[in-house]
Design a protein around this ligand. Structure first.
Ligand code: CP
Length: 294
């Protein structure tokens, strides 16, 4: 039984095992039915979600678990009970796992110090999104049949991106050639991203890359204040057909159409992997449950 808080806590073998199990669940080589029989998973999202919440729930249910969704508006959180007290009280009911998304960076790690029930981090603030990094890694593995030495550029609001942070740890594990591109106001300080190349133009960002990951401008985190306008952002940092080269296109979602990329990617471009990422999210989260609970 273990938590999944950060990619930093995973070994290369852990990631390889999760990716392989997800692939085996997807291909039918390994059955997921009944693995979580008699288990109860509590899903609690303090921040909005479509993909992560649904795919964790779908994964758990397909594996035979009971899933209890805590609805913020219907819970005693609304009466002023703290997030901490909520988790401690729910822990007293002995669920088998928590899936937690929180708007504050580090909150799942903080909670993990007070409960032995496995906590699966479904995204914390601007810190980490380990299950997204794992499903992205699976998606890239399906294309390249390799995990090592991939060439990847992440474009956009890096400083606010928990996906980019988790991929920085993944890059260290698998010796990826990882680079960033974005407005300087959205790039972290140089010492924080030691060893990561900063690209100078969208063409250079795409040149020779296996994969390009576009990140959402996070308007709810006021990222819009770091750029002149969404239109200007699209002009300099948005992906156009003309600069695509050979890279496959990824985006964790949700997408701001015509800001990070155009509808031409969303609507079935041969290099687009966005819906494949979502599909792989279910199998990856099955493998995460197995990793944490078995
Ligand atoms: N990728 C991702 O975390 O999407 P949701 O916010 O919809 O879960």
């Amino acid at each position: 039984m273990r938590h999944l808080i950060s990619v930093r806590d995973l070994t290369k073998e852990d990631v390889k095992g999760i990716v392989q199990n997800a692939l085996d669940f997807k291909s039918g080589k390994k059955s997921f039915e009944g693995i979580l029989k008699n288990k109860t998973v509590i899903s609690i999202f303090f921040e909005n979600s479509t993909r992560t919440r649904t795919s964790f729930e779908m994964a758990a249910k397909r594996m035979g678990a009971e899933v209890i969704n805590i609805d913020y508006n219907q819970s005693s959180l609304k009466k002023g009970e703290t997030d901490y007290d909520t988790i401690i009280n729910l822990s007293a009911m002995h669920p088998d796992a928590f899936v937690i998304r929180h708007h504050e960076s580090g909150y799942p790690k903080f909670l993990a110090e007070f409960t032995s029930i496995p906590i699966i981090n479904a995204g914390d603030g601007t810190n980490e999104h380990p299950s997204q990094a794992l499903l992205d890694t699976l998606t890239m593995y399906e294309i390249k049949r390799a995990l090592e030495n991939l060439k990847i550029c992440i474009i956009g609001d890096i400083i606010n991106s928990r996906v980019a942070k988790s991929h920085m740890w993944m890059a260290k594990l698998f010796n990826w050639e990882l680079s960033f591109y974005g407005p300087t106001t959205m790039l972290p300080k140089k010492d924080w991203i030691k060893g990561i190349k900063i690209e100078k133009s969208i063409d250079k960002a795409l040149k020779g890359k296996d994969f390009v990951m576009l990140l959402r401008i996070q308007l709810e985190r006021k990222s819009g204040q770091n750029i002149p306008s969404l239109k200007e952002y699209n002009r300099f940092f948005g992906l156009k057909k003309s600069n695509l080269a050979n890279a496959f296109i990824m985006h964790p979602g949700p997408v701001n159409r015509n800001v990070e990329l155009g509808s031409w990617v969303m609507d079935n471009h041969s290099k687009g992997l966005i819906t494949k990422q979502v599909e792989n999210g279910v199998y990856t989260r099955m493998a995460i449950f197995e990793f944490c609970l078995s």
